[in-house]
Design a protein around this ligand. Structure first.
Ligand SMILES: [Zn+2]
Length: 243
């Protein structure tokens, strides 16, 4: 296929189709990220429930330990109280009484600690309840949002496939040499691979073009590529410029 004004206009049309595809592709990339963010939010809400549960369990464990400690102090008090009846000397009596007093003081301290663990258990259970309610609300909300996003994604994908067919058909009537250069520029991060000259400049990178280049672009008998940005240059049709 020869290069002429018409084939160049066809390539410009392909680029317009590609711009639509690029926009759809962005949506196709964005929607799964949004879904993943919603799912991550749910995971952190789940983690908060587990954290509150672990806190409660920690206090429960501590309470059991303290209860065992208290029982052993009570046992010591009971034992020493019985021994009081069997001692022969005043010093031994005093020593035992001292041990009993110490055990009682320790027992009283442990009872305070048990009360504290009970308060901790209450707080932990309240946190669990609040976290579970938050999780439930987050799940309900995310479920709805995810299903909307999934529907959107399916629609955008279908639109993309339809648009891709239109684009490929438009590309099939563009000379393959032109397409190759065009695709090369696009792959290098230049979605506007074919750009109009703007007066004496490349409209993309604004470099001043040599007059001979402008002449060749106007003739449109061969592809002219901007030496600075490697985009294909074309002369906009007056009608297209007005549109
Ligand atoms: Zn340029």
């Amino acid at each position: 296929m020869a290069i002429n004004k018409e084939t160049i206009q066809r390539l410009v049309a392909v680029q317009q189709q590609d711009a639509v595809l690029d926009g759809l592709q962005k949506e196709i990339d964005r929607i799964p990220r949004e879904i993943a963010a919603l799912q991550a939010g749910l995971e952190s809400a789940k983690a908060r429930v587990a954290e509150a549960k672990a806190k409660t369990m920690g206090f429960e464990k501590k309470k059991k330990e303290k209860e065992l400690e208290l029982a052993s102090k009570e046992e010591a008090i009971r034992k020493h109280t019985m021994e009081l009846n069997q001692v022969k000397t005043n010093d031994a009596f005093k020593a035992l009484q001292h041990q009993i007093d110490e055990a009682k003081a320790a027992g009283s301290q442990i009872e305070t600690e048990i009360l504290e663990t009970m308060e901790g258990i209450d707080r932990g259970r309240q946190e669990e309840k609040a976290a579970a309610a938050e999780l439930k609300a987050a799940e309900d909300k995310a479920k709805g949002e995810i299903s909307v996003l999934e529907k959107q994604l399916a629609e955008v994908k279908a639109k993309f496939d339809g648009q891709k067919e239109v684009r490929d058909e438009a590309a099939s009537v563009v000379p393959s040499d032109m397409l190759r250069i065009y695709d090369h520029a696009r792959k290098r991060g230049k979605p506007d691979a074919i750009v109009p000259v703007d007066g004496g400049n490349c409209s993309a990178c604004r470099i001043n073009l040599a007059p001979q280049m402008i002449v060749e672009v106007t003739k449109a008998k061969a592809l002219v590529v901007c030496e600075s940005c490697q985009r294909i240059l074309y002369k906009p049709e007056p009608a297209a410029k007005a549109a």
